[in-house]
Design a binder for this molecule. Structure first.
Ligand code: FES
Length: 606
């Protein structure tokens, strides 16, 4: 018996092929058919009605709550509860309001249907009366809008009463999932914002999004202030070992980073922090444990497990994130101890699990996530690359901000591209990768990672740039920026971890390099990585250049998609169960394999 079943949606005759057990709600969205809903498939709004051709289709308790006996006998069911076990045909009514679309992920059109909703209403002032009467009015307004499952707290009722006294009965209710967050005076439905955050070990990137249009209003990155407690996840976990105070200290450091981002993004976009009602945070499991103040020790020692792996949802004020105090701060689920919400976001944004093509996904960062597969199956692992690619532990390393060299061509003359065209102040990840590849191309670097001495290449046109700095061999890129032998060793170690991860996944999946249809290079600086340089360093396998695509920060794109659409988020929910995770830290021969992956393939050329 095949595991794939067909759902045919009428009247358009759209056919969705899904795994047995998938709900009609999810099946509809794989063929871009919007089914009405305000609860995001939680079974609490009753709006996702569809009519099955087979009236004997399983009836669930929740169907009986929302549908009459006659409707049930006619084949009506709630799409979000109806799991398909065999080929079915059903009729799906069009929602009254078609959502607008925004481009997110890898050029995907995402229908803007955020979990946050604003509902402008008119309260009857003269009938406000005691608390329960006012609450009844709020409840009725929510129920009329299909949001009857929202929880009304006494604080919100009090807010409504205060506004009534001061501004009259015109108010706006803001709801996120089942939380009625707040009541605002007047009609504020045009002002509704969300925050997508990629919480990296070294770099944190935030994106402020208009939840009514899907437009990205501002984007910014910062170094994670936790870096002072250790460059990688293992050292940060070690720092918190057995100490509640240190756990709080490291949590505060990342919150300071995030709150600084919030201030800057709000300024850039002209948005009040109090109008940001939802934050979607992705990151590796350690980063999200440390953000939420949860003990991350079990991640760092065998058998390498997380304390939680499901989506989390907390109030901003409980966490200390300076957006609307009642805003919901949410995360995506994890795949394994070192492949977290960022990997889920990245895999979703690149459609890795939906495509028939066999693709390799490499998200380059301090904790580099790697995945390999297609719709037939996906394997994933995480490689501890260290912070080199984000400028960490590199003598003149820096983020890709003003003054960073991001492209290098070692010709005559040496050409350097610098962010904002400024005077070079340092070098960022993409520049670093290209500089090393270029040193190999012009014959100044050996595959072993050894930088040649001037006396070995006396006639080389760039020999005057081979210098000694603090007793170390180095190559001078500009007046103030050099690349030392130690920097090259750092990159070599990072590259070694990533190529070991790739080799392990190719082996696990039984895939040969020549069978790969595409190699996706992701990361906060991913779109700036030169594919030829990445291949020359061995950061990606030796496939044809046109198969290598640099796609930028897919983790952040995944977070944006989850923020913009509760349906996209629901799809991401199912990703971990479809990925086979390989824990590299648990492999007894990891170190031996790593040592064999250290050399650079290097491509010499004119
Ligand atoms: Fe709300 Fe099904 S009940 S989507």
């Amino acid at each position: 018996m095949t595991d794939v079943v067909q759902v045919t949606f009428l009247p358009e005759q759209l056919v969705s092929e899904v795994s047995r057990g998938t709900t009609l709600f999810v099946a509809a969205h794989w063929v871009d058919l919007p089914i009405d809903s305000t609860c995001g498939g939680a079974g609490t709004c009753g709006r996702c009605r569809v009519r099955l051709s087979n009236p004997d289709f399983t009836i669930r308790a929740v169907d009986r709550e929302w549908l009459t006996r006659v409707e049930l006998s006619e084949g009506w069911r709630l799409a979000c509860r109806a799991e398909v076990e065999e080929d079915v045909e059903c009729w799906a009514p069009k929602p009254l309001r078609m959502p607008v679309s925004a481009i997110a992920g890898r050029g995907r059109a995402v229908k803007v249907e955020p979990a946050v909703k604003k509902l402008p209403i008119e309260l009857e002032i003269e009938r406000a009366g005691p608390r329960d009467v006012l609450e009844a009015q709020l409840r009725k307004a929510l129920a009329d809008a299909g949001l009857g499952s929202a929880v009304i707290t006494p604080q919100v009722v009090q807010q409504a009463r205060d506004l009534l006294a001061e501004f009259g009965g015109s108010i706006t209710l803001t709801i996120c999932g089942e939380h009625l967050l707040c009541v605002e005076a007047g009609d504020t439905s045009g002002r509704c914002f969300g925050l997508a955050i990629d919480l990296g070990t070294t770099t944190v990137v935030g994106s402020l999004v208009d939840l009514t249009t899907g437009e990205v209003l501002a984007e910014r990155s910062h170094l994670n202030r936790q870096a002072v407690f250790g460059a990688d996840v293992i050292s940060r976990v070690a720092y918190t070992s057995g100490s509640e105070t240190r756990r709080r200290e490291i949590q505060n450091a990342v919150l300071e980073t995030l709150n600084q981002l919030v201030i800057e993004l709000s300024d850039m976009a002209g948005v009040a922090e109090g109008q940001v009602y939802q934050a979607m945070v992705v990151g590796n499991p350690t980063m999200l444990h440390l953000l939420l103040g949860v003990d991350a020790q079990p991640i760092a020692r065998a058998p390498f497990v997380t304390t939680f792996d499901e989506e989390q949802d907390v109030a901003a004020s409980d966490l200390g994130l300076a957006i609307h105090p009642q805003a919901r701060v949410q995360t995506l689920p994890f795949i394994g101890a070192y492949a977290g919400a960022d990997t889920v976001g990245g895999l979703h944004a690149t459609d890795l699990l939906r495509s028939e093509q066999r693709r390799l996904f490499v998200d380059v960062g301090t904790n580099s996530e790697i995945a390999l597969g297609s719709s037939e199956g996906v394997w994933a692992c995480s490689a501890p690359a260290g912070p080199a690619f984000e400028g960490g532990r590199i003598r003149d390393g820096m983020m890709a901000s003003a003054g960073a060299i991001y492209r290098v061509a070692l010709g005559d003359p040496v050409e350097l591209d610098v962010v904002y065209g400024d005077v070079p102040r340092g070098i960022c990840g993409s520049g670093l990768i290209q500089a090393i590849a270029e040193l190999g191309r012009v014959g100044l670097l050996e595959p072993s990672g050894r930088l040649r001495r001037p006396e070995e290449v006396p006639d080389h046109p760039l020999v005057s740039r081979l210098v000694e700095i603090d007793g170390m061999r180095a190559f001078r890129l500009s007046h103030d920026v050099v690349l030392t032998q130690v920097d090259i060793r750092e990159v070599q170690a990072a590259k070694g971890a990533i190529s070991t991860g790739i080799a392990v996944l190719l082996e696990s999946a039984g895939t040969r390099i020549e069978d790969l249809d595409e190699v996706i290079l992701a990361g906060s600086f991913g779109s700036a990585i030169d594919p030829a340089s990445a291949r020359s360093l061995g950061l990606v396998p030796g496939v044809e250049l046109e198969k290598i695509q640099s796609v930028g920060n897919t983790a952040l794109e995944g977070a944006k998609m989850a923020l913009l659409s509760f349906r996209e988020r629901q799809r991401m929910h199912g990703i971990p169960s479809r990925v086979r995770y390989v824990e590299l830290s648990a492999m007894p021969d990891f170190n031996d394999r790593y040592l064999t992956e250290l050399s650079f393939p290097l491509e010499e050329g004119p």
